[in-house]
Design a binder for this molecule. Structure first.
Ligand code: HEC
Length: 100
């Protein structure tokens, strides 16, 4: 099953090289994020950590780029994305999009 999903994501990359991140690679990046947003991406409203599950990859990637550039201001999230390159952002966004 894992192999099938990886193969499908490769097909997706071949079809849309500029858009599709790799959720398998993104899952490893999400370990850190899970500390605040939760392993299922449900967040913690009481602590001010928004839910990520159910949001699509394009929205997530856009927010991460906005935090990185400072267009969207959050010292916490800016620190979180400072170590992510463009591909990491697409990959972690693709993984988040698998969380329902
Ligand atoms: C230390 C806690 C913490 C960690 C770790 C963390 N975040 Fe966040 N995240 C936040 C907070 C707080 C906000 C709300 C920022 C704001 O809007 O002021 C946020 C907001 C976001 C948003 C915007 C959500 C929306 O609905 O617009 C995204 C996307 C996001 N985080 C993704 C991630 C990803 C991906 C990672 C891992 C690379 C991560 N976060 C790690 C605390 C954290």
């Amino acid at each position: 099953m894992k192999h099938t999903m990886f193969f499908l994501s490769l097909l997706g990359l071949a079809a849309q090289p500029a858009l599709a991140g790799d959720p398998v690679a993104g899952k490893a990046r999400f370990v850190v994020c899970a500390g605040c947003h939760g392993p299922d991406g449900l967040g913690n409203a009481a602590l001010g950590y928004p839910q990520l599950a159910g949001k699509d990859a394009a929205y997530i990637a856009e927010q991460l780029r906005a935090f990185k550039s400072g267009r969207r201001q959050s010292a916490t999230m800016q620190a979180m994305v400072s170590g992510l390159d463009e591909m990491d952002i697409d990959n972690v966004a693709a993984y988040v999009a698998t969380l329902k």
